[in-house]
Design a binder for this molecule. Structure first.
Ligand code: ATP
Ligand code: MG
Length: 422
């Protein structure tokens, strides 16, 4: 981005935010809000000041000083290195003439509101609100909620159990996943449920937002949970049931409670429970009293959490649906099936994996040769092919590289199944 446009965006935005108390912290564009976020106040406290180091941290640009001299409406105070606008009017008039201005304003509700009133840049406050990331998307937001939790009794034990990602840090995007119509519809439904949360609460439909992802390894369950977090801007709390299962009697049940408690504190968010079958096995077949208690705790915890009421979307994933009993199944309002990819899906997955790789590849043939491969297997094959090509100092991939990789993958699979039999 143009350094000058970035700087003037920052100066205009902060000045408008400082002056006009009608603007809330949600009106700030994500990058500025995250930078000035105060963990203690859970907002961006007024007044906001702009210094050279702020500009460097927000936009990653250096040497703002020299460029500043070219702008007649900006003043640099040596003392405290504060950057201020001298003539606001000159600043916005200069700004609207810059080539990048429209794009910047499109994601900046504060500026959009200002320019919409002036009928400039096609600005629309509503549209900018939609385009801007909400505060929940940033690490700063999560950290400020966690700051409240740390210090509470048990907090260290609690935080050890989970892995928390901020949506704007997640790289897995929905575009990189080949999903079925059903799976895509599930995502849209959840998006709507969040949007209409108040309405659903009012009509008493609170048992929404518990998804069970079912399917063999490597079919995209974890990837989809991460992509939903990114898409819907909800922090992702990941927990593996095997990790919170403790050999000590009672500790497992406590860990389950801790995890659900934490996710309510971080709401709105996604609680993603992987290896869900680990505790929720068929209870009648298990004699272990401690485990039974853990299962009951888990069921109760699921009952007591709701997307509509608490803002927590629960996603559980399992490779072994047959291990779950009826009491577990009926607690989920949607079962999302992940199958091994069919021919078309395999071709599409290959195409996605090859998107940034040079070479003339016939993905149709590859798809035909990889029946029963999971998405993750296809990824392994491609990685193998790329590395083999690199051994020969080639960064352009050939069909043969991938065919060989498929061949060696098949061999490996045969070895594995033979081992399993003996
Ligand atoms: N449908 C798909 N489209 C594109 N890529 C896929 C798909 N399924 C799997 N992959 C690839 O495989 C990798 C592993 O998938 P992921 O970890 O999401 O599977 P999983 O279902 O969670 O497996 P597990 O049950 O072992 O946890 C992903 O990083 C992704 O690149
Ligand atoms: Mg997984």
């Amino acid at each position: 981005m143009d350094v000058m446009v970035a700087l003037v965006e920052l100066l205009l935005t902060t000045e408008l935010y400082n002056k006009d108390l009608n603007f809330t912290v949600d009106d700030m564009p994500h990058h500025i809000r995250a930078h000035y976020w105060s963990a203690v106040d859970k907002t961006v406290p007024r007044p906001v000041y702009v210094t050279e180091s702020d500009v460097k941290q927000i936009y990653g640009v250096d040497g703002i000083r020299e460029s500043l001299a070219t702008l007649p409406f900006v003043e640099f105070e040596e003392f405290g290195s504060l950057i201020t606008l001298t003539v606001f009017d000159l600043a916005w008039r200069w700004f609207v003439k810059q080539p990048g201005a429209r794009e910047v304003v499109g994601k900046n509700p504060v500026l959009s509101s200002y320019f919409e009133k002036k009928g400039l840049l096609n600005a629309s406050y509503e549209a900018a609100k939609k385009a801007d990331l909400p505060k929940e998307a940033s690490r700063a937001w999560i950290d400020s909620l966690l700051a409240d939790v740390t210090g509470e009794k048990d907090s260290d034990d609690m935080l050890k159990l989970v892995y928390i990602s901020a949506p704007d840090e997640i790289e897995q995007s929905l575009n990189d996943l080949v999903l079925t119509e059903d799976q895509l519809e599930e995502i849209s439904k959840i998006g709507r449920a969040i949007e209409y949360r108040e309405y659903l609460k009012r009509i008493g439909l609170t048992d929404i937002g518990k998804l069970l992802f079912v399917g063999p390894p490597g079919t995209g369950k974890t990837s989809m949970a991460r992509a939903i977090s990114r898409e819907l801007h909800l922090p992702l709390i990941e927990v593996r049931l095997s990790m919170i299962t403790d050999q000590y009697l009672g500790e497992t049940a406590k860990n389950i409670d801790r995890t659900f408690y934490l996710s309510k504190r971080l709401s709105p968010c996604i609680l993603f429970i992987d290896e869900f079958d680990f505790v929720a096995k068929n209870r009648s077949s298990d004699e272990n009293a401690a485990l039974k208690r853990a299962v009951n705790t888990l069921l109760k915890a699921i009952d007591n959490i709701s997307l509509v009421r608490d803002g927590v979307l629960l996603i559980a994933a399992t490779n072994h649906p047959q291990l779950l009993d009826h009491a577990v199944w009926r607690r989920f309002d949607e079962i999302v099936e992940f199958k091994l990819p069919d021919l078309d899906m395999r071709r599409e997955i290959f195409e996605i994996l090859l998107r940034k790789i040079e070479g003339e590849i016939d993905t149709e043939e590859l798809a035909e040769l990889t029946e029963d491969y999971s998405g993750s297997d296809l990824r392994v094959v491609l990685r193998d092919a790329v590395l083999s090509a690199l051994l020969k100092e080639r960064t352009v991939l050939t069909q043969d590289d991938i065919l060989k990789a498929i061949h060696s993958f098949d061999n490996r699979m045969n070895l594995k199944t033979r081992e399993a039999v003996t």
